[in-house]
Design a protein around this ligand. Sequence first.
Ligand code: HEM
Length: 507
Amino acid sequence: MRAVSGTRRTAAASAALSLQKGFENVKALPFSEMPGPQWPVVGALPAFMSYGFSRLHEYYRTSYEKYGLIWNGSIMNEPTVILSEPREMRKVFQQEGRYPRGLVSDAWFLHHMNAKLKLPGSKLIEDGPNWHSSRQKLQKDIFGVATASSYCEPVTQAAEMVMESLEQRTRSGQQVDLRDLIVNAVADVFTAAMLGRPLGVSAGRATEEEQQWVENGMKSIGLTAQLTLQPHLKLWPEASATYRELERREVSMRKTTKDLVFETLARYENYEGPEEDLPYVVRVWRRKEFSEEDFPMEVHGIVLAGLDTTYHILLWNMLNLGRFPEAQESLRKEVDEVLGPTAHFTRDKLSEMPYLKAFMRETHRFSAPAPVFSIRFAEEDMTLCGYEVPKNCRIVMTSEGLQNDPQLVDEPEKFLPERFLPDQVQARKNDPLKSILDHKLLSGPFSFGPRMCMGARLADMEIMTLMAKFTSRFYFELAPNQSWQDRMQTAKAPDPIPTLNFTVRNP
Ligand code: HEM
């Protein structure tokens, strides 16, 4: 095995030096010289398998420490590099053409399933003009800041319903299951925006089929994440239990999505009020740009993209609030001051809530649920971090190692939201190394460019609304004797999910 072949720098120590100097004047070395765990034929497969999917974050973190800012993670002759340098990531996004391939276009298993079962699928997982046309039609009513803000009221009302049901359970002394609480909260605020009514899963008012739909949505996206990161399974998908489970859940879920879409359209058939009070699904349908057959499947793709992702980000934020009481108190103070006793969130308040933003940013650094925040493919031969990267090479972008590198981040093992408050960001602005932490491409989990997450602003709003309300209405802390391991299940999650004890704040 060429453990670290042709390495010019073998560890994060020299990564820091490279980060300071940049790669402008470096003569590029051939791809074959890039460090990485490359075995003949199978490439990085043995290294990947020694961690397995469940410890992918550790694989990326230790590989960053071993190989630095870029390393060769190719498996079975599919050229793949793992990149941690934000300025070099910018080069990747700059070379994107009109039709970039993104994380979802690597979804070979969905193409396989749609063809095999003769199911219509979302065009969002396609590439080229098909993807572009679908994306243009679907993003009009969700992507822009102002458009996303127009869902603030239904999201806030649904969040209020979640709080009321939690308050009732807390008062009657019921133990709160953190996973259920957060899955249900996310499903209710999401469906409030998408369908114009929260399903009511938090309050136990949803039908069994709707509950199953939420659970399938949670599981399916996790399964797709596992399959995306294991391209070798495409040789024989049916041999993989992960693929078989995905197929089963998808078939059931697509039927319910279709029913929910048409039930929503019927509910708003005679509606003549303001456009901005309509749910997302109705706004898009009224543009008359989709056929009856295609539309539910496009909505389905969005549901898949929007549930489990939001759950994981909110889960880690809640967990960090629960285990760092001082930070929880600081957030509560800000929520009280800016939003008042009802904690009624409106989008224009965001600029007045620097602590909430800093808290979420620190969660993204300290316990990022997704070790991979984007995948792109080199459109042409290019140079990254001083190595030649061939056309069509998969470029996996991660901030897992870099954001926890003690040379960039002071006391990285401590959870300190203050490090992202404007004065501290300003103070390190002229430090060529430490200011890299504030590079835009490390700032969030939504990726960038034309294929950036379409629901980023809605997701942020859902999470901020729920965090503000939870903190305003409850005190909560980690129950005694909780321990867990971080495991990639769907994204990275604590296993087992710890217990938080909630107390109503104003009994
Ligand atoms: C905190 C929660 C979320 C996270 C972390 C997240 C993250 C991401 C990421 C990393 C991508 C891939 C971008 C790429 O290819 O580079 C993506 C794509 C996408 N997301 Fe999200 N997402 C979240 C919530 C949502 C929500 C709530 C919706 C819908 C309302 C949504 C809709 C989509 C869609 C449709 C795509 C595919 C875009 C395309 O390929 O053109 N996401 N998301």
